[in-house]
Design a protein around this ligand. Structure first.
Ligand code: NCD
Length: 305
């Protein structure tokens, strides 16, 4: 039963519940118009303490496409946070007005903390360098729709695996499916955290810093940007930001049915020439993100199909 639940990290939901959300999302993809009134009379609040384009707009468009309405802020300076209000008080107040709260926060654990003060579901829309569960739902729907399965896959994850919260959520979740082999492709300084690797069996992953060397093996290449805002000094960022650049030449090394994913925003890690390659699916992925959020909102609010 998903009604009334919080979503702080993907592992809050079991595989059957994830399947329920994905299956509903697939139905919405087939016929979005059928669900245009499902959320009528419901109100979602988006509390964004950190910048966002896709996550905020896809949540808002998801709610509106369900016929619901949206309130919120995208700049905490414009809220009572600037007067010194605590997160707990802001949350309790907004929970009085809305049916669902979507929160992004620079501090790891903030949405979890907030969920203790909320009578309505809280959805974590990204907490610092920690987790980003709805990006992972987006990624799962994309993979299931375009590869036809969530098992038996070799998944290369490339870029800033240290600070990239989307990669942490994705690995933790995909590892719950069968026969998933990960290849973590990163510079030495940006390797995936130990706590994520500790959750995997030793033969389920390998680590490399060579993208070219591994390309031919991959079913999925998940590119990420270097997370500038989480670096302690500019110099390190500048040194690492051009480390991987996927271009058409590199794409020639890949399988003909490999897909390239990216949570976006892209900075320079995928050359725009790659966008025309049919294997580049990152904009389709953004669209799946809206549909899966429609399904998630409907399930958390207990809206009947
Ligand atoms: C990601 C994020 O915010 O973590 N963006 C997103 O929500 N699609 C990825 C990123 O910022 O690099």
């Amino acid at each position: 039963m998903l009604k009334g639940r919080h979503l702080i990290e993907v592992n809050d939901f079991n595989l059957q519940e994830l399947d329920e959300i994905l299956t509903f999302a697939e139905k919405i993809v087939e016929n979005p118009a059928k669900y245009a009134e499902l959320g009528k009379g419901k109100l979602m609040a988006t509390l964004f303490y950190e910048p966002s384009t896709r996550t905020k707009f896809s949540f808002e468009s998801a709610m509106m496409r369900l016929g619901g309405q949206v309130i919120g802020f995208s700049d905490p300076k414009a809220s009572s946070t600037s007067k010194g209000e605590s997160l707990a008080d802001t949350t309790q107040t907004i929970a009085c007005y809305s049916d669902l709260i979507v929160m992004r926060h620079p501090k790891e654990g903030a949405p979890k903390w907030a969920s203790k003060y909320s009578d309505v579901p809280i959805v974590n829309a990204g907490d610092g360098g920690h987790q980003h569960p709805t990006q992972t739902l987006t990624d799962l729907l994309t993979i299931r729709s375009l590869k036809g399965r969530l098992n038996k896959l070799t998944v290369g994850i490339c870029g800033d695996l240290k600070f990239g919260r989307t990669t942490h959520s994705l690995v933790k979740t995909l590892s719950r499916y069968e026969d998933i082999n990960f290849v973590f492709i990163s510079p030495e300084e940006l390797k995936i955290p130990k706590y994520i690797k500790d959750g995997l069996s030793k033969d389920a992953y390998k680590e490399t810093d060579s993208l070219d060397g591994i390309m031919p093996e991959l079913d999925i290449l998940y590119m990420t940007r270097i997370q500038k805002e989480r670096f302690f000094n500019e110099e390190d960022y500048l040194r690492l930001k051009g480390y991987y650049i996927l271009d058409n030449e590199k794409m020639e090394l890949a399988k003909s049915d490999m897909i390239v994913m990216h949570p976006l925003p892209r900075v320079n890690e995928i050359a725009t020439e790659v966008d025309k390659d049919p294997r580049a699916v990152y904009f389709a992925q953004a669209k799946y993100g809206m549909y899966v959020r429609m399904a998630l909102i409907a399930k958390l609010l207990g809206l009947e199909e």
